[in-house]
Write a protein that binds this ligand. Sequence first.
Ligand SMILES: Cc1cc2nc3c(=O)[nH]c(=O)nc-3n(C[C@H](O)[C@H](O)[C@H](O)COP(=O)(O)O)c2cc1C
Length: 341
Amino acid sequence: MPFNTALTRQLGIKIPVVQGGMQWVGYAELASAVSNAGGLGILTALTQPTPEDLRKEIRKCRTMTKPPFAVNLTLLPALVPPDYHAYARVVIDEGIHIVETAGNSPGPVIKQLKAAKCTILHKCTTIRHAQSAINLGVDFLSIDGFECAGHVGESDITNFILLSRARQSLSVPFIASGGFADGQGLAAALSLGAEGINMGTRFMCTIEAPIHQKVKEAIIYAQETDTELVLRRWKNTSRLFANKVAKEAVKVERESTSGKFEDVAPYVSGKRGREVFINGDVDYGVWTAGQVIGLIHDIPSCKELVERIEMEAEETIKKAGSLIVGGGSSADPPPGEVGEK
Ligand SMILES: Cc1cc2nc3c(=O)[nH]c(=O)nc-3n(C[C@H](O)[C@H](O)[C@H](O)COP(=O)(O)O)c2cc1C
């Protein structure tokens, strides 16, 4: 049965499940499969080397799915930053109505996208950043708990606290991101006040994810303890799959006497990480994964996964409802207790 939340209503999707932007994973094959399954698929803009390549990828995705899909724009510190405005221009020109933004100083890009009436889901790891994004006019927050894959932020607040803080203090709707893999998780997120969930790692481990089978198998064999936090020393903490290179990077980071980023840079090379997804050698470079790897045990199609999540969430919500017994008001004391004559 389709869900009815602020997310499904505003985005025009059936199931409140979003596939978060993923560098070197978020291509048309995955985004279209998620959107065809009733969720929201997202293309990752910077996975395309130029804005014109992004245009081609958007057009390709359009031939693969009719329901809406979105584009992720991630703004990260770089010596030579990409031309974010040019990527955003392509998004607007190609008629994409939904954009996931993430990263630092997103103000100017959000302004550009809002002027074109795009719906913005902004991903952040703190309530403070969420408040700033609200001031920029975003439509949804994607609240990324410390469990998440990739940039976890520096405050280490897990979703049990973060989502309730969001419910208590944010004036725009939010979705829950980080640590979700199943319908029980979706039901929990809805209970905590979210309008849906965002998943990264779980979607890596689907048939349509365009990465090597060996990476998917490594996720299945891994446990929730098999991630490492790197680059904390430089306040750019990332959660990575705990392979040989990530462990070595952590060691170098801890032991470096110079404290220079250059010491650890060769270990965290994005180029080598990208190679892992192509050649399947899971120790070739660092790659991103969340603690949720401990909950992933198979490689379904996106359709199977999203349908399963929908069914599990429905069952979980019904089961939770059945825990409320009797028709009386909760103010009525149970028989045999104080108040009974
Ligand atoms: C391989 C991979 C690459 C990612 N790349 C990006 C990215 O480029 N931009 C971004 O905003 N988030 C990125 N993320 C984070 C996801 O969009 C999402 O927020 C996160 O995976 C949620 O945590 P989960 O993995 O526990 O579901 C990436 C995640 C993974 C697993």
